[in-house]
Design a protein around this ligand. Structure first.
Ligand code: ZN
Ligand code: ZN
Length: 245
């Protein structure tokens, strides 16, 4: 097994107490080993494209993407009657189309390879929650020193969202009065609510939590236990009336 898969599984076990719930370790191991093989195989090509979309389009036009979908399907034991239809389903986020699951796994591996190449020149500054690489909306922030980074749930690209203090990645609100950070006394992981736009997102405050980027959104899910606290605050203060939602 590659060291990359080992690292992911070790981190997953290390932080599973924070995440809670049941994690299917064997499934994660299988998907990570499938994606690691693909990432190693295509990373070299990724650098020659100026967008993820053009990289995907090229892999599709050469037929490579369809081969990947079919080989993933064999490894996870799924049928793909038509990889083209499967890909269309995956791009539309329609999991009911047969084969869309292996197609999503393939697309994610391609996006991760592309994100890794882009990250090798350092993270960009991007004040929003929208991943500059794949366009997915992130709900996960983490802190390093005075910097606040977002990480993409799909391709695990990471970008510098704000400095010195967290700001709302959805509306840009910087006011400490209308940004509520809710955590427990350990302050390891928190939920932030912006009462300007009504958004919430999760933040990993504890910098000793070190895991592969792809795992950070899962670890940050631990903040969901504070959602009821936010509801209580809103009930008592009437704050939710300020929400623009
Ligand atoms: Zn992304
Ligand atoms: Zn906001």
């Amino acid at each position: 097994m590659s060291s990359r898969v080992d690292e992911l599984i070790n981190s997953l076990m290390k932080y599973s107490h924070l995440i809670g719930g049941v994690i299917d370790i064997e499934w994660v191991r299988l998907i990570e080993s499938i994606q690691t093989k693909i990432i190693d195989d295509i990373r070299g090509e990724a650098g020659s494209y100026d967008s993820l979309l053009s990289f995907i389009n090229n892999l599709e036009s050469t037929g490579k993407l369809y081969e990947l979908i079919e080989s993933i399907a064999r490894e996870i034991g799924e049928e793909v009657p038509d990889p083209k239809i499967a890909l269309t389903g995956a791009l539309a986020g329609d999991l009911n189309i047969q084969g869309s699951k292996p197609a999503i796994i393939a697309l994610q591996a391609i996006a991760r390879a592309y994100a890794e190449i882009k990250l090798s020149s350092g993270p960009v500054i991007e004040p929003s929650a929208i991943c500059p690489i794949c366009g997915a909306k992130s709900e996960t922030m983490y802190k390093r020193g005075n910097n606040y980074y977002m990480v993409c749930h799909f391709c695990s690209y990471t970008w510098l969202q704000s400095e010195n203090k967290p700001t709302c990645p959805y509306c840009g609100n910087q006011s400490e009065i209308t940004l509520g950070i809710v955590s427990d006394k350990t302050m390891r992981i928190a939920l932030i609510k912006c009462w300007e736009c009504g958004s919430t997102w999760r933040i990993i405050l504890d910098e000793s939590i070190k895991a592969p980027l792809i795992l950070l959104p899962l670890i940050a899910m631990a903040a969901e236990k504070f959602r009821n606290v936010i509801r209580e605050i809103e009930k008592e203060s009437g704050y939710s009336h300020y929400s623009l939602e």
